[in-house]
Write a protein that binds this ligand. Structure first.
Ligand SMILES: NC(=O)c1ccc[n+]([C@@H]2O[C@H](COP(=O)([O-])OP(=O)(O)OC[C@H]3O[C@@H](n4cnc5c(N)ncnc54)[C@H](OP(=O)(O)O)[C@@H]3O)[C@@H](O)[C@H]2O)c1
Length: 270
């Protein structure tokens, strides 16, 4: 039985724990998370899963071999100093912290600690995450296999060079938020044209799901799939022209750029 420890019991830790349980990879009582005693919503959400919550990072380290570093980047140095005296070769540390390099983690911990940096996203909750990972200097082949097993059980998972991590954080780490913002705006468009909001929500969610499934299952370029919906002089062509005039594509391209820059600022601030 995998004993999974989460340092940080926030939104992403909960999404992962929920996904691993749904995938049957471990049992709830083999999951232990740590957080601040005042963090009632995190405590409640982990307890609802049936997992254990402690208020001490080193206790989590003592009881688990596979450890997720799942706190906000600003808290990472504090947590690394907490675990430094207790981390050993029995541990695999999987860091999901945005903007914190493997080198920075390795430099803060004893030599030869096994580190893998992962960037998942919140659809982990429904086992539809897009995750990538990069290996630290002491990671072993069995650590890579375990990472693929864990994150592959809750969506897609592939190894990438660490230099891709900031743009990936900006693209797929934050990506669900961009998609929800677009979906919400489309719903509002439907309501503005007279549709009940609940009907608009059902139609938009199924449309996004269907479009994503089509894109996954077909090997066609995304612009070809767009063309397939667009008849000459039709209503879709009119709408696409409006989006082009409103600079939707430029806005989304720019969003990935500014989010990447923000990740780099986190690196530089440290
Ligand atoms: N959310 C996403 O979509 C997403 C996607 C990919 C990666 N990530 C990464 O995942 C990490 C966590 O993000 P999140 O969105 O899950 O943040 P979050 O909801 O704020 O969770 C952070 C958790 O860490 C706890 N914490 C704070 N100080 C701690 C300490 N000293 N020891 C142990 N736990 C402590 C927090 O408790 P308090 O609330 O009491 O401070 C909170 O439960 C970040 O580094 C982020 O970059 C997030």
């Amino acid at each position: 039985m995998l004993r999974l420890g989460f340092l940080g019991a926030g939104k992403m830790a909960h999404a992962l724990a929920n996904g691993f349980l749904a995938a049957g990879l471990t049992k709830a009582d083999a999951i232990i998370a740590s957080c601040d005693p005042s963090d009632n919503s995190s405590i409640e959400s982990f307890q609802k899963l049936g997992a254990n919550v402690l208020f001490c990072n080193s206790s989590v380290m003592k009881q688990c071999n596979v450890i997720f570093l799942a706190v906000k980047p600003v808290v990472v140095p504090l947590v690394l100093s907490d675990i430094k005296p207790v981390i050993s070769e029995k541990h695999l540390l999987l860091s999901i912290a945005m903007g914190i390099s493997i080198e920075e983690i390795e430099m803060s911990l004893p030599k030869d600690v096994r580190v893998i940096r992962v960037m998942p996203n919140t659809p982990a909750t429904v086992r539809c995450a897009a995750s990538v990972f990069s290996c630290g200097s002491a990671a072993r082949p069995e650590d890579i296999n375990l990472t693929k097993k864990l994150f592959g059980s809750i969506g897609t998972c592939e190894e990438v060079p660490e230099t891709y991590m900031d743009p990936i954080t900006a693209l797929s780490g934050s990506g669900p938020a961009y998609v929800y913002a677009i979906m919400e705006a489309l719903c509002t468009g439907g309501v503005r044209m007279g549709l009940p909001r609940e009907l608009a929500r059902r139609l938009v969610t199924q449309t996004v799901l269907g479009a994503a499934k089509t894109a996954v299952e077909s090997n066609q370029h995304l612009s070809q799939l767009c063309d397939d919906v667009t008849s000459p002089a039709g209503s879709t062509a009119e709408a696409l022209y409006w989006l082009e005039q409103s600079r939707l594509r430029a806005a989304l391209i720019g969003a990935v750029e500014v989010a990447t820059k923000k990740c780099k600022e986190v690196n530089l601030k440290r």
